[in-house]
Design a protein around this ligand. Sequence first.
Ligand SMILES: NC(=O)C1=CN([C@@H]2O[C@H](COP(=O)(O)OP(=O)(O)OC[C@H]3O[C@@H](n4cnc5c(N)ncnc54)[C@H](OP(=O)(O)O)[C@@H]3O)[C@@H](O)[C@H]2O)C=CC1
Ligand SMILES: O=C1OC[C@@H](O)[C@H](O)[C@H]1O
Length: 400
Amino acid sequence: MPEPKTIRWGILATGGIAKAFGRDLSIDPSTRSVSDIRHELVAAASSTSKSKAEDFLRHCDAPTHAKAYGSYADLVQDPDVEVIYIATPHSHHYQNAMLCLSAGKNVLCEKAFTVNAKQARKLAEKAREKNLLLMEGLWTRYFPLSLSIREVIESGRLGPVERVLAEHSLPYAGGFESDNHIMVNPALAGGILLDGGIYSLTWVFQALYSPQPSSSRQRPIVKSAVAKYNRTGVDAMTTILLEFPRSEEQGGVAHAVASTSLGLSNDAVAQKAGAGVPNIRIQGQYGEIQVFPPAYRPTRTRLVLKDGTIDDKEWPQPGPGEGSGWYNGYGSTPNPEGQGHGLFWEADDAGRALLEGRKEGSQLGLEESVLIMEIMDQVRAEAGITYPDEVETADFAIET
Ligand SMILES: NC(=O)C1=CN([C@@H]2O[C@H](COP(=O)(O)OP(=O)(O)OC[C@H]3O[C@@H](n4cnc5c(N)ncnc54)[C@H](OP(=O)(O)O)[C@@H]3O)[C@@H](O)[C@H]2O)C=CC1
Ligand SMILES: O=C1OC[C@@H](O)[C@H](O)[C@H]1O
């Protein structure tokens, strides 16, 4: 058995999801039957202070030789860092990813990949020019649960998929004390579409787009309805209708509804109700797959077929995890005791890409990330939602 390749990570930013990712890196890969790679957190940077980066490294159980930086620009110059995970707000992904790529670093960037498609295309060009890995960190795509669902779809057990209903919302019915909150601040590219709608679109795309051979994949027709958050004008509830032309062999079209809201989440109710209510339904003539909430980190699926099959599956994330709240943001569900967060699956895919010389994510390539950004651009344009120029720009601040 060859020695596992050690992937040397740098983490850019020290907020909620960065902490969850950093801790996941420290989980022994053998707990998820991974033996070809292992992860090491060798550096972290905070734009606030070096001491914040030091606290972060301690929180993540990083090795004592891991370096703490008080600026992102210093992190990207560290020769020991092989790949950087970007965990800043959406508004900053483009500039941060450009900084990393320009300095010759491979990049795994949190969702939503960028603020608009133009930025995503420019990042893809830069990564190609520099021959570097560039991957959107859409973690759910890399879960064994998602891989298994795509296998069921490709096996034809449902028949050609005709409809997908995908819902992901957050429980902010009470509103926000401050207009600067990351979820509603236009300067941080707030709004539910880029934060939560991306998951609804992910489920639609991984059911109707990615399973198609690349030669048959076609852009969907898109219509949308948006309700705004009055105080800042970002989107508070968004519903997207998509019509996908199916392959020539399958014929016809497939429909999808991708919905998302800042305040209408029924995830907790569905979870308490035991069998509960699925928030993702992938339907064909022979039956459907149901995925239970939360859509970003589901652990339960049900396959229901017209021949009488009912197949319930649990997909706990391998651990050990601390069970004490999986990150500090948004009042989300804690990961249960003994489970990891599940961000290690995308980290493994990035690591494997470095091992194989692959330059994109295996489950979400750049063409698809750009297309999804284009759809979100269209939805925002139809609703008249724009972010400040410095957030929408595709000029790289440091180059200019
Ligand atoms: N995959 C998932 O499940 C999740 C993904 N996310 C995504 O991760 C990203 C970050 O979200 P999250 O960790 O919750 O956010 P947080 O607010 O918790 O952390 C963001 C971090 O970014 C850095 N930062 C740099 N500039 C700014 C700025 N102007 N305002 C605020 N923060 C800044 C800060 O770190 P520092 O001071 O160290 O520089 C801050 O701690 C978003 O893109 C979000 O969509 C979020 C939650 C879950
Ligand atoms: O990516 C995310 O997943 C969980 C949500 O609660 C959070 O808002 C979002 O950023």
